[in-house]
Design a binder for this molecule. Structure first.
Ligand code: SAH
Length: 361
């Protein structure tokens, strides 16, 4: 139910929940499969073309259910073909979703919250004044919008750009675990949207107890926003570190069940000039990651208005990367995508300005 339409939105219901609602409406369980296909394979937004069903059944569906989409407030495409959509939900709250296309695939960068409570000092999203969790339906709907806009419904995977999901948009997914888990169950379903858990990456600033839960219950790929190798500095950059310090975080990573040589945990490390980017930091990083199925992703820091940081120069990033490589870890330097439309990592923000002055150390 939502405030405007009393009917149930199918988007965001698990199969079990849909089955329960169907039973309440007197619809047979055998209709779940065709309706699920209609919503998540065909991408339909109403029931009018669902001709395999009798008119009477369609009328019951129309009376009781909707298949909603958020409103698209802005649809931007960057010079490098990165897409960014500003989406508005029924309460007027807005989030951003970004599609980062490659040659024959693409990653959809999904938001899990409106705003973010983490207040990482270098991240734009943390400056948004309002925060609320997204519902499972609001998370799922970001995938649906991307397929709508790219005309990718009912296409073979080779023809699609929405092939991978990264929970790296606005918000901390592990502060909204229940809705994220439900949304992923819906998006993973093989008879529907069908993105396998191996093509999903969940990024967290390090909510340690929930990392264990992700390991037990979701089994998706894990990314950790590490960004510093000492607690005093990480306390400052990622204040959540005061609650879950580096050692506890790495312990959870070393026990993550889905990690293996083939499926490494990604450690994200934003390169801040003169702050966390020395050769000594790189050596300490390799020491910390020893014994973990890890790879490192070095992220040039992306600027946003009012931030007090600079990105490390490329030569510094390369030197940092060489040290990590020499210790046997892959250390890719993340290409910045979509910068011209403020769609790059840490640039997402959807509300009115509330600049936060930062002085570099
Ligand atoms: N809260 C989760 C999900 C957000 S992911 C997390 O922290 O992992 C967004 C990623 O972009 C995180 O690794 C974040 O630390 C990084 N990031 C934030 N601001 C950035 C910036 N200005 N430049 C580059 N990366 C940034």
């Amino acid at each position: 139910m939502n405030g405007i339409d009393p009917r149930t939105d199918i988007v965001g219901l698990t199969r079990q929940e849909l089955a329960a609602r169907f039973a309440e409406c007197g619809l047979e369980a055998s209709l779940i499969k065709p309706v699920w296909n209609w919503v998540y394979v065909r991408g339909a937004t109403d029931f009018s073309g669902l001709s395999s069903l009798s008119k009477a059944r369609r009328a019951v569906l129309e009376m009781n259910f909707i298949i909603s989409r958020p409103e698209i407030i802005r649809d931007l495409k960057s010079l490098d073909n990165t897409h960014k959509w500003l989406l508005q939900f029924l309460d007027g709250q807005r989030i951003e979703t970004v599609l980062i296309p490659e040659q024959d695939r693409g990653a959809l960068c999904v938001s899990s919250q409106v705003g973010c409570t983490l207040s990482c000092s270098f991240c734009h999203t943390g400056t948004m004044p309002l925060v609320r969790n997204l519902t499972a339906g609001e998370i799922v709907s970001q995938g649906l919008v991307a397929r709508d806009r790219l005309s990718e419904w009912n296409q073979p995977r080779q023809a699609c750009l929405v092939t991978n999901l990264v929970l790296m948009g606005m918000g901390e997914p592990l502060f909204n675990y229940e809705n994220v888990a439900k949304a992923l169950a819906i998006l993973i379903d093989g008879e529907g949207f069908a993105i396998s858990r191996r093509r999903i990456m969940l990024s967290t600033a390090g909510v340690v107890p929930m990392i264990y839960r992700v390991g037990r219950e979701l089994g998706v790929n894990l990314a950790i926003s590490l960004h510093a190798v000492r607690d005093d500095l990480r306390d400052e950059l990622v204040p959540l570190n005061k609650k879950y310090p580096i050692q506890e975080l790495l312990q959870a990573c070393s026990e993550y069940p889905a990690a293996s040589n083939a499926r490494r945990i990604t450690f994200e490390y934003v390169m801040l000039d003169g702050i966390n980017d020395s050769d000594a930091d790189a050596r300490e990083l390799t020491r910390l990651l020893n014994g973990i199925h890890a790879k490192v992703n070095l992220i040039p820091w992306n600027p946003w208005p009012g931030a007090g940081y600079q990105s490390s120069p490329i030569e510094r990033i390369q030197s940092f990367s060489r040290i990590i490589n020499a210790a046997g870890f892959s250390a890719a330097i993340r290409a910045t995508r979509g910068e011209d439309i403020m769609a790059a990592c840490g640039q997402l923000k959807s509300d009115s300005e509330r600049p936060r002055a930062r002085t570099p150390r």
